[in-house]
Design a protein around this ligand. Structure first.
Ligand SMILES: [Zn+2]
Ligand SMILES: [Zn+2]
Length: 261
């Protein structure tokens, strides 16, 4: 089965003891993967572990909006100049904890979307309990950034449909396989097949068969199987389709080299 993990955090401290072994398992099981940053140090650390078939995305998560000042944007621009950086992310809005500085999150999100437009890089969006505001801000930028994916999709079918109308891709993570995740499986059914991506968000959110364990990129196979079952698709066919989508979204050629426009 040919698969891509479009969203993992292999630079995370949970892989400190066996990072190289995990990378070897990942490269044996998957075509390629994208190591996602959630602040400046993790973006830099993600870039440090890139190599053949391991790419990076750089960005600042909505938990740390205060770091997205002029200096923060300059650092991201510098990191993004590296040819193994293929996206800006993860960036977005997260109102889950409550008490967050919403205007600061909006500013950080807007500034990083502007950077993605300037650099013409696709964007990996994290949106949690912030569907309407995320859609409003995306609507302002969806014509200027090359492409947007809603990572670890956690909304309902109607939110998925509204994202697709804006031209977004939708990426499902291991939580789509959880027994109580029927709303996520409903969302998976309404996404057109050429807009679907799969991911692990490793080390978080291990899929049901490995729930409670540290998640690793090869587990993306369980995500794919859960999405295929929800949609009534043949897993092999859906694997090929989502991999083709990942190549198109991240501008990575079949030879796993970035395409030059
Ligand atoms: Zn996220
Ligand atoms: Zn993530």
């Amino acid at each position: 089965m040919t698969l891509v993990d479009t969203h993992c955090h292999l630079q995370d401290a949970k892989f400190s003891d066996d990072r190289e072994e995990t990378i070897a398992r990942t490269l044996a099981a998957l075509e390629w993967c994208v190591v996602i940053g959630d602040d400046l140090p993790s973006s830099r650390a993600g870039l440090d572990i890139t190599r053949d078939r391991i790419y990076a995305a750089v960005g600042v998560h909505p938990y740390y909006p205060e770091t997205v000042d002029d200096a923060g944007i300059a650092s991201l621009r510098e990191l993004a100049a590296h040819d193994r950086v293929i996206a800006i992310g993860e960036i977005g809005l997260d109102y889950h904890l409550g008490g967050e500085d919403v205007p600061a999150q909006h500013r950080a999100f807007n500034r990083q979307l502007e950077l993605a437009a300037e650099l013409q890089l696709p964007v990996v969006i994290h949106s949690r309990d912030a569907a309407d505001d995320t859609l409003a801000i995306m609507a302002d930028h969806c014509k200027t950034v090359p492409d947007i994916v809603m990572h670890c999709f956690s909304g309902d079918a109607s939110f998925a449909e509204r994202c697709v109308v804006l031209g977004c891709y939708i990426s499902f993570a291991g939580n789509v396989s959880f027994p109580k995740a029927e709303p996520l499986r409903e969302a998976a059914r309404v996404v057109p097949s050429d807009r679907l991506l799969v991911e692990t968000d490793a080390p978080y959110l291990a899929p049901q068969p490995r729930r409670g364990k540290r998640c690793e990129p090869p587990f993306v196979q369980y995500t794919l199987e859960a999405v295929a079952t929800a949609r009534g698709d043949d897993p092999e066919v859906l694997a090929r389709q989502t991999t083709e989508n990942a190549h198109r979204f991240f501008r990575v050629s079949s030879a796993s080299k970035p395409l030059v426009d």
